[in-house]
Ligand binder design. Sequence first.
Ligand SMILES: [Cu+2]
Length: 170
Amino acid sequence: MKRLLMSAGFVALTATGVFAQQNSQTAIANFVGKDGKENGRAALTDADKGVLIELEVSDLPPGTWVAFHVHETGKCDHADGHKSAGAHFNPGKAEHGFLAAKGPHAGDMPNQYVGEDGKIHAQVFNSFVSLDEANNGIRGRALMIHAKADDNRSQPSGDAGDRLACAVIE
Ligand SMILES: [Cu+2]
């Protein structure tokens, strides 16, 4: 009898999971490093009030805080140091930075910590954007990880340094 109940519970959970997937928009993004090699991935899920971003990225500077942003152009060209991805996504024409008087950009997100193994594992919720809405959709744009921490104030991009990993959201 106990076994039967557990099976029923499992079926119910599975059904809920499938249902949830069918009712929310998702996207993926594969990170490309400075050398052009794939070095991570992200899964994005649209929600009522933002987008949940789950990421795993490797080959980053160990034991360092690094900036994490949405950039406006979905083009990751390692040959030009990922400059191809353009500036931060900023549909509201705000200033850069959580601590700036007229900030932040919609594409601003908190710094992430790289472990001693050179990897980031994180979940970030960005409440300024959506996946597919016309005014603030980020599908077709790019996620970016930098070499240094974002100081949350400097214009136009927080003095975050080189672009170490870039991923087109698709
Ligand atoms: Cu950036």
